[in-house]
Ligand binder design. Structure first.
Ligand code: UDP
Ligand code: MN
Length: 279
């Protein structure tokens, strides 16, 4: 860990970028976070896969950049969780992952527990936007996450690790590393499966604190712009040029583009909800 500047507050929003694509995501995310008027720091964990030019706009947005290494994991672990092996052993049937997504990189999220200069951190995936002030999440207990709902209500018992509340601790980080790399272990949805197993008594955040983009067309009756705290573009990314669902998700992609460029960001409460099966 090589922090570039000291922390300013006891709370931080934290994201992770391991390549230039996710750095784009973090630009839109960071701009959205600043617009909520929060005083919390915005920390970007970045690996050697991101060069300075991709990080520059994040500095300009006031982010605290923290360089991190990949976790010290065994070769066998890394092999089992490589993109090709993971996609073969646990195929994605519901949506498509972009080429620039490396499953192994997801585990770097756990470095958040090393940010002990903060009392509480709220992790947010780089492919998300914060649409209203969510500072109240800093008062939630560890480990809090929202349900992984994007298809059926049966999904409410699973968590999605795109947004979570955590208390940094070197002891917790060490315990995690020990549990993570046991012989032959396979975390089919990487950090998400691991965190669900490490924190079996996880606390549920409201579904609006991690509203998944597929809800827009799968469960439109659940959508409510006025209540959404975090909008999360799981699977296909809004900056992808070859985006198979771009027609169906156009209003959401337009909203992301506005945050990315900083131009013509609309009033969220004024946006139209999707028309449900009856509407
Ligand atoms: N990530 C990254 N590089 C990668 C894969 C993941 O930086 O190659 C980070 C990034 O913050 C990303 C998060 O880990 O948002 C989780 O991956 P992703 O959002 O693509 O997964 P999904 O939400 O589609 O399940
Ligand atoms: Mn994501």
């Amino acid at each position: 860990m090589r922090p570039a500047s000291p922390p300013a507050y006891m709370h931080a929003f934290v994201t992770l970028v391991t390549n230039a694509d996710y750095a784009k995501g973090a630009v839109a995310l960071a701009r959205s976070v600043r617009r909520t008027g929060t005083n919390a720091d915005m920390v970007v964990l970045h690996t050697g896969g991101v060069d300075g030019s991709a990080l520059q706009p994040l500095s300009e947005l006031g982010c605290r950049l923290v360089a991190v290494d990949h976790l010290p994991l065994s070769d066998a672990f890394n092999e089992r969780h490589s993109r090709s092996q993971l996609h073969a052993a646990a195929p994605f049937a519901k949506g498509r992952k972009p080429e620039f997504h490396s499953p192994l990189d997801n585990f770097c999220k756990l470095r958040l527990w090393q940010l002990t200069e903060y009392e509480t951190c709220v992790f947010i995936d780089a492919d998300a936007l914060v649409l209203r002030n969510i500072d109240k999440l800093f008062a939630y207990p560890q480990f809090s996450a929202a349900p992984n709902v994007y298809e059926t209500l049966g999904d409410f018992h699973r968590l999605n690790s795109g947004v979570f509340v955590a208390r940094p601790s070197v002891l917790t980080f060490a315990a995690m590393l020990e549990r993570l790399d046991e012989p032959d272990v396979f975390w089919r949805r990487t950090d998400q499966t691991f965190l669900e197993s490490f924190f079996p008594d996880w606390h549920g955040l409201p579904v609006f604190m991690n509203m998944l983009q597929y809800v827009w067309f799968n469960l439109p009756e659940l959508w409510d712009w006025k209540q959404i705290g975090v909008l999360h573009y799981q699977y296909e990314k809004p900056w992808e040029t070859d985006h198979p669902k771009s027609d169906r998700l156009k209003p959401l992609i337009d909203l992301w583009q506005a945050h990315y460029t900083g131009e013509n960001i609309p009033e969220i409460a004024g946006l139209d909800n999707p028309s449900g099966p009856g509407g």
